[in-house]
Design a protein around this ligand. Structure first.
Ligand code: ATP
Ligand code: MG
Length: 302
């Protein structure tokens, strides 16, 4: 069944979201209680929202009643609705990328500019890798620890907040990152990096550079500035997270695992980031690798 959601559906989704911390499955009576609509209408709509996979709705024996829970798609819908309400986006286009860690869709702003919305996901395997960095950044950025009991929801939200914080800091000091436009729940909106307007610019791994020497130089200089002036250590710096825009200008994306210099394993991460990108240029373009240890030493002494 397909239909569009309207204000009433959104009001229902919001109530379920609001009661989420009190109930894993929110009993239907509690939902009805908080809404100005007739009982039968709320139930009919929830059944439809269930068919649209925005909620799950089922009988829960210990409440002796039906109860609902938001799905990932339900949270996505709330975030998109709010981005539209706040004029961050006007129209929703196609999916650009779907991975286990995130889903990326192309949108258009009210001014007609291309925007991407990135929905963060919880994925256990990734979380094992970024658990330490995310826990650390989370306290600095959000002032609170990760809520592991509520990990399905809290972890994507923490990732979005950490990524947004890094984009804001770096954009402010003039590093080439997508301009951040807004954050809502587990979703962030940013300008789309394009080539020929409307087509997302490719990842470094997908292009054959005409001037790899300059690109490698620029990328290393930008990385040093990110750490030194922005206090942002990317932590997953590689040929997939560098985007090549017009005139072979590199841009940097994908910051949910970023940490500040004060992170205990900062040195390890900087070394790994610089080595990864250097190996790529060495393998693909046969460039001489820069002295990573020297860059690291200079950065740590600053
Ligand atoms: N602002 C942007 N402009 C253009 N394309 C983008 C933008 N942000 C992300 N993308 C595209 O979406 C892909 C995935 O984005 P990102 O690296 O941030 O997410 P991810 O969770 O690491 O996903 P993946 O696991 O696929 O790398 C990027 O490699 C890029 O091609
Ligand atoms: Mg990526």
């Amino acid at each position: 069944m397909t239909r569009f959601v309207d204000e009433k559906d959104i009001a229902i989704l919001r109530v379920i979201d609001g009661l989420r911390t009190a109930f894993e499955w929110v009993p239907i009576e509690k939902i009805v209680e908080k809404l100005p609509y007739k009982d039968f209408e709320v139930k009919r709509r929830i059944k439809e929202l269930d068919k649209m996979e925005l909620v799950r709705y089922r009988y829960v024996s210990h409440y002796n009643s039906f109860a609902a829970m938001l799905t990932e798609k339900g949270f996505d819908t709330l975030a998109l609705w709010d981005f539209k309400k706040h004029d961050v986006i006007e129209k929703v286009g196609t999916e650009i990328g779907v991975g286990k860690e995130s889903v990326i869709i192309g949108c258009v702003s009210p001014k007609g500019e291309w925007v991407v919305v990135k929905f963060h996901r919880y994925w256990a395997k990734e979380f094992r890798n970024i658990r330490k960095s995310l826990a650390y950044a989370s306290i600095i950025v959000r002032g609170k620890e990760l809520n592991l009991e509520d990990s399905r929801i809290d972890i994507p939200r923490a990732k979005a907040q950490v990524e947004m914080n890094a984009l804001e800091k770096l954009h402010k000091i003039g590093i080439n990152v997508p301009e951040p436009l807004g954050i809502n729940r587990h979703a962030i909106a940013m300008k789309m990096l394009t080539r020929n307007g409307g087509i997302p610019a490719p990842q470094l791994v997908r292009v054959k550079l005409t001037d790899p020497v300059t690109a490698y130089e620029t990328i290393i200089e930008d990385y040093i500035k990110m750490v030194d002036k922005g206090d942002v250590i990317h932590g997953d710096f590689n040929e997939y997270n560098v985007i090549i825009t017009e005139n072979e200008t590199p841009y940097y994306i994908d910051f949910p695992q970023a940490v500040p210099k004060s992170y205990p394993e900062a040195k390890f991460l900087i070394r790994r980031d610089l080595n990864k990108i250097s190996h790529y240029f060495q393998l693909k373009y046969r460039l001489k690798t820069k002295d990573v240890e020297k860059i690291l030493k200079d950065l740590m002494e600053k």
